[in-house]
Design a protein around this ligand. Structure first.
Ligand code: ZN
Length: 154
């Protein structure tokens, strides 16, 4: 087998933001939930509950809704901000960025659309689901992330 992809380590681009399930079933974003007020945070909050009305509880990891609806979208003409790492010397590849309102939590989570999804494929309110994705690859590492994939439901 010629070298390359099989020898790369798969590494989440940000640790603890999504499950390690690579099979495409059960892949979920991970937030944290406060035991006192049930507030859910994504990106995960591990130090203290940010609800000003809360006296403070334990923050435990919680999988977020696998589906949501498109709240907004745009094409990426610029390099995305952290936590998206990109090689400033590499050619910039355009991408579609989605803001998705999660089904249960009603919070908006940003992410890139799955490969092959174009702006013309999208409408506000369309249902999408979170799927494992690859953000970037270098010599030794495949940086994994999440993507949004339309489910076909409207
Ligand atoms: Zn709280």
């Amino acid at each position: 087998m010629p070298g390359g992809i099989l020898t790369r380590t798969r590494t989440p681009v940000v640790a603890g933001w999504f499950t390690a399930d690579e099979e495409g079933t059960g892949f979920r974003l991970l937030g944290t939930r406060c035991s006192a007020c049930s507030a859910v945070f994504f990106p995960r909050e591990d130090s203290f509950c940010r609800n000003p009305a809360c006296t403070g509880g334990e923050l435990a990891p919680v999988p977020l809704s696998p589906r949501g609806r498109v709240w907004s979208y745009t094409d990426g003409r610029y390099r995305p901000p952290a936590p998206y790492v990109s090689d400033p010397g590499a050619e910039w590849k355009p991408y579609v960025l989605l803001a998705v309102e999660l089904e249960a939590e009603r919070m908006v989570v940003l992410g890139q659309a799955a490969p092959g999804v174009e702006l013309a494929d999208l409408t506000v309110g369309m249902e999408v689901e979170v799927v494992p994705g690859v953000l970037n690859e270098d010599a030794g590492t495949t940086w994994t992330t999440w993507h949004w994939q339309p489910t076909g439901a409207r």
